[in-house]
Design a protein around this ligand. Structure first.
Ligand SMILES: [Zn+2]
Ligand SMILES: [Zn+2]
Length: 361
C-alpha cells in the first residue's frame, strides 16, 4: 500500500510523491489524514521565510484517523483507550525529553522539536507532514482522542491556534472579572476571545477590519475597537482606560503579528498587569519600544511559542464544551481537495480566503 505526500521542493513549487506506507514502530501510530488546515506559518514556509523549514512536506494542523498502531499503544496521552479508526489530534511537534528545555519541564521549547518535520520525504517513515494522505506519529509526540461532537474542520485547528492561545492565557493566569485587551481579530484572536470569555473575563478586541470585529462579537468580545475609528495609540489607550475605570486592562495579548502592536500593547495595560506575546514570530522584524514605560508600569511579559503538549487535550475539552456556543466552524471559509494545495496556499497568501481547509477523501 502506498500513500501520497505534497512536497515543497523549493519555495512556491509543489510536487506530489508516492511512498510505501510504513508500519509504525513501538509506541508510534500511522494516521490517515481526514482534514488539514492551512496555517499562517505555512505561508511563511511557502514563501521561503521560515527560519528552519526550507523544503519538504508542509502542513501541521490536522485531524486523522488511526490506521495502524505500533506495539504498546493502547491509550492516548490522557489515558483514554484507543483503537483503529478513532479520530485523534496530535501535537505537530515532538518533545524529546532529553534536551535542556525538556529536562527543565519546558516541553514547549524542546530543542529537537522539528527533528521529523524537517526530514525529507525520501527518508523513512516518509509521512512527516500533514499535507499528505497519511501521517506518522512518533513516540515523542502527544496525541489525544477527539470528542465526537467536534466536527473535522474544527478539530483540525486544535493542535495549533487554539492550544497556543489557551496556553498563553493560562500562563498569564487571567482571572474572573479581569479585563483582557486582544490585539488582532484573526483566528488566534477569536479563539482567545472565546477562551477569555469562558474564564469570566471582560474582552476588548482591536482590529482594523470591520468584518473581523463583527465576528469577534460572536466569539464573546464585549468591546470592539476599530483601528480606523481610533486611529492613534493615544486614542485607543484613552478608550481602554475609560472602559477599565481609568487604569488600563489587567492583561494584554498580541496576536496580530505586527511588531508595532507589541510596542503599543504596554500602553493599554494597567500598572502591574501582564502581557502575552504570541503573534510576532518573525525574527529580525523591529519596532520602536519604550522600555521606560515598561519598567514604570512593571508589566510582566509572557512570550508563547508552541505549548505544553497537554494543552492540546485542554483545547479539545474546551471545544467540546463550547461547540454550540461559538461559531468555530465558520472560521474555515474555503475548502480544497488534496490536489489543490497549491491554490489553497496561494489564495491564502493573497488573502482571498481567510482559513483554507484541505479535505481528504
Ligand atoms: Zn499552525
Ligand atoms: Zn527536548
Amino acid at each position: 500500500m502506498k500513500g501520497k505526500v505534497a512536497v515543497m521542493v523549493e519555495p512556491l513549487k509543489l510536487e506530489y510523491q508516492q511512498y510505501d506506507l510504513p508500519s509504525p514502530e513501538k509506541e508510534a501510530l500511522l494516521l490517515k489524514i481526514i482534514r488539514t488546515n492551512v496555517c499562517g506559518s505555512e505561508l511563511h514556509i511557502w514563501h521561503g521565510d521560515h527560519p528552519v523549514k526550507k523544503d519538504g512536506i508542509l502542513g501541521h494542523e490536522m485531524v486523522g484517523k488511526i490506521e495502524k498502531m505500533g506495539e504498546g499503544v493502547t491509550k492516548d496521552h490522557a489515558g483514554r483507550p484507543i483503537r483503529v479508526g478513532d479520530r485523534v489530534a496530535v501535537t505537530y511537534f515532538q518533545v524529546c525529553r532529553r534536551c535542556n528545555s525538556c529536562v527543565n519541564g519546558e516541553f514547549a521549547l524542546c530543542e529537537n522539536t522539528y527533528e521529523y518535520f524537517n526530514k525529507q520525504p525520501e527518508e523513512s517513515p516518509h509521512f512527516h507532514g500533514a499535507f499528505s494522505t497519511h501521517y506518522y506519529v512518533h513516540p515523542n509526540q502527544f496525541f489525544y482522542k477527539v470528542p465526537d461532537n467536534i466536527p473535522d474542520s474544527v478539530a483540525a485547528s486544535a493542535n495549533c491556534a487554539i492550544s497556543q492561545v489557551l496556553y498563553g492565557i493560562d500562563k498569564a493566569q487571567l482571572k474572573v472579572n479581569e479585563t483582557i485587551v486582544i490585539q488582532g481579530a484573526g483566528g488566534l484572536g477569536l479563539y482567545a476571545a472565546a477562551i477569555a470569555k469562558e474564564s469570566g473575563a471582560k474582552v476588548i478586541i482591536i482590529d482594523g477590519v470591520e468584518a473581523r470585529l463583527k465576528q469577534a462579537k460572536k466569539f464573546g468580545a464585549d468591546y470592539l475597537i476599530n483601528l480606523h475609528d481610533y486611529d492613534t495609540v493615544e486614542k485607543r489607550s484613552a478608550l481602554i482606560k475609560e472602559i477599565t475605570n481609568g487604569s488600563g486592562a489587567d492583561v494584554g495579548m498580541e496576536v496580530s503579528g505586527v511588531p508595532d502592536a507589541f510596542s503599543e500593547g504596554i500602553h493599554h495595560i494597567r500598572p502591574g498587569g501582564r502581557y502575552i506575546s504570541v503573534g510576532n514570530i518573525i525574527i529580525g522584524a523591529f519596532t520602536a519600544f519604550d522600555p521606560g514605560l515598561l519598567t514604570r508600569k512593571s508589566i510582566t511579559i509572557y512570550p508563547v511559542n508552541r505549548y505544553q503538549p497537554w494543552f492540546l487535550n485542554k483545547a479539545l475539552e474546551f471545544l467540546s464544551s463550547n461547540i454550540n456556543k461559538y461559531p468555530f466552524a465558520e472560521l474555515v471559509d474555503a475548502h480544497f481537495g488534496f490536489e489543490e494545495i497549491e491554490a489553497a496556499l496561494n489564495k491564502s497568501y493573497r488573502r482571498e480566503v481567510t482559513r483554507a481547509s484541505i479535505v481528504m477523501d
